[in-house]
Design a protein around this ligand. Structure first.
Ligand code: ADP
Length: 489
């Protein structure tokens, strides 16, 4: 890993990956274009060439057909129609008009003397006596030639020879033009693909850039209102953006919690510190000579210090409650056994209270919670029930279970609370009656510790209460397994 700390890290401006994708996309598009266009041009060239060859064959066939009717081939008895057709000036209707600019004809008699020709450029004739169609060189170009002997139709007697030459000028001209256009447009096509590649790579990396911009700009101050805009359509980035937003919100929540925590703690500590300070000042001034003042102040200061100690312990508990699950992932609690033990302890501790345990459980329940945490939660509720009971000193603990969870309820018949307070009692340092709760030693942290613990184990916590009549606190925790009572020793 690099030695760079997060605050020394400079955001990368090089966009290396985006450039690589740009290059990759451009090259890929261009290669695909080259292959497809080369195939298309090749197909066109082949079919146009084939067309020229077919035309040449057409002329050769017609020539052969007209000449093999003769008895003798001489300059005089070459039919006029034949001449007109080959000179491209035939306008009759007996023969099909096959006047092609590039195709020229030569006719020889039996002694290989030219008797008719439209050829202006000499193309060497090979009197092999066999009909053949060949591609051959002429100057520096490729031409197509069909040549062969002419036999009298009925007697099969050799009359002479013919040669039909296609100079392919039109085709070559077209081919040159096509290739020229192809190569001249190539830079524009390449430019187009460069732009397309750039656009696509930018589009591809746009969410990354968006995320990076937001993450770089986020700090303690603005994290509260910072969210990354989610894409209009769901895609792979939506998940990442969703999780990042969730993370940002959690960070904002923790920062906020941290701020409030420090404010709350300093506020809570201020009172006991001021009280101790007051007593110490009193002692300093009068206490040395007056034993009652000395005794009283020491007693009260010690009580305040005791309160601060428990406050610090509770704050630590609250802090740790958050990490409970990670630390005690595999721990479980036997709910009935544990509840019964705590219930018996409380009965012993508060003999003036009627405490009942009412269990609907048909089997022992192993709940997914660390034993000490379960005990801590139950003690918080029972302590409160004792603390906030009035004349009717009765507490009801009930156990029940449904499919996935075990439900624990602790009911008292004490002072209860108003609806307004009911929704706030799980907040840190919240006390319905500050002065009275302080008298009873309450810091307002017990229920928030219980809530944090229960929720970190995936459970739920709630309260029902009627002012002046009492409250029921309910906790439900996930069940690990059920164990029949009789199978336990
Ligand atoms: P504390 O240490 O002050 O009891 P808690 O977080 O446990 O802190 O409780 C917060 C406040 O909720 C208490 O100050 C009290 O006003 C109220 N409360 C808690 N339990 C009960 C209850 N069983 N009956 C009535 N009020 C209760």
């Amino acid at each position: 890993m690099s030695e760079t700390r997060w605050y020394q890290y400079k955001p990368q401006k090089s966009k290396r990956l985006q450039k690589q994708w740009w290059l990759l996309l451009t090259v890929a598009f261009f290669l695909i274009y080259l292959v497809i266009s080369a195939m298309a041009i090749n197909f066109q060239v082949t079919s146009k060439r084939q067309l020229e060859m077919d035309r040449t064959k057409q002329v050769a066939n017609l020539n052969d057909l007209m000449l093999n009717q003769l008895n003798e081939i001489t300059a005089q008895n070459i039919p006029d129609d034949f001449k007109l057709i080959n000179e491209n000036s035939y306008s009759g209707t007996i023969y099909p008009s096959i006047s092609y600019q590039d195709i020229e004809t030569q006719v020889f008699d039996r002694s290989k003397q030219v008797v008719f020709e439209t050829l202006t450029k000499p193309v060497e004739m090979n009197f092999s006596g066999v009909a053949e169609a060949v591609d051959t060189e002429f100057g520096n170009r490729q031409i197509y030639v069909i040549r062969g002997p002419i036999f009298q139709k009925d007697s099969n007697q050799l009359l002479g020879y013919y040669q039909v030459v296609n100079f392919m000028s039109g085709f070559l001209k077209w081919q040159r033009k096509a290739l020229l256009t192809y190569f001249l447009t190539m830079p524009f096509v390449l430019l187009f693909f460069i732009m397309l590649g750039y656009g696509l790579s930018k589009l591809l990396f746009e969410p990354v850039e968006r995320i990076s911009k937001v993450i770089t700009a986020v700090d303690e101050e603005n994290v509260q209102n910072t969210l990354i805009k989610e894409p209009d359509k769901e895609n792979e980035f939506s998940d990442i953006i969703y999780h990042l937003n969730h993370l940002l919100q959690r960070i904002a929540f923790y920062i906020d919690q941290q701020k409030h925590f420090v404010e709350d703690v300093s506020h809570e500590l201020r009172t006991p510190v001021a009280i101790v300070e007051g007593h110490l000042k009193l002692l300093n001034r009068w206490g040395k000579d007056e034993p009652e003042v000395l005794d009283e102040s020491l007693k009260l200061s010690l009580a305040e210090i005791q309160r601060m100690k428990s406050l610090i312990q509770e704050m630590l508990d609250l802090q740790r409650a958050d990490m409970a699950v990670d630390q005690y992932r595999d721990k479980t609690t036997l709910v009935y056994e544990k509840t019964k033990r705590i219930y018996e302890n409380f009965k012993m501790l508060y003999p003036d209270f009627d405490i009942f345990l009412d269990s609907d459980l048909v089997s022992e329940i192993e709940a997914k919670i660390y034993e000490n945490h379960y005990e801590q939660i139950l003690i918080i509720f029972l302590d409160n029930a004792v603390k906030y009971s009035r004349d009717r000193k009765e507490i009801q603990v009930s156990l029940a279970s449904d499919n996935g969870s075990v439900n624990i309820a602790i009911q008292d018949f004490g002072e209860g609370m108003s609806e307004e307070d009911r929704v706030k009692v799980f907040s840190r340092f919240y006390r319905v009656d500050k002065a009275r709760a302080r008298d009873k030693g309450g810091n307002g942290l017990g229920l928030s510790i219980a809530k944090q613990l229960v929720e970190s184990y995936g459970g739920t916590i709630s309260v029902e209460s009627v002012l002046d009549h009492g409250s029921i606190f309910r906790v439900s925790l996930p069940i690990m397994k059920k164990i029949p009572f009789e199978s336990r020793v």
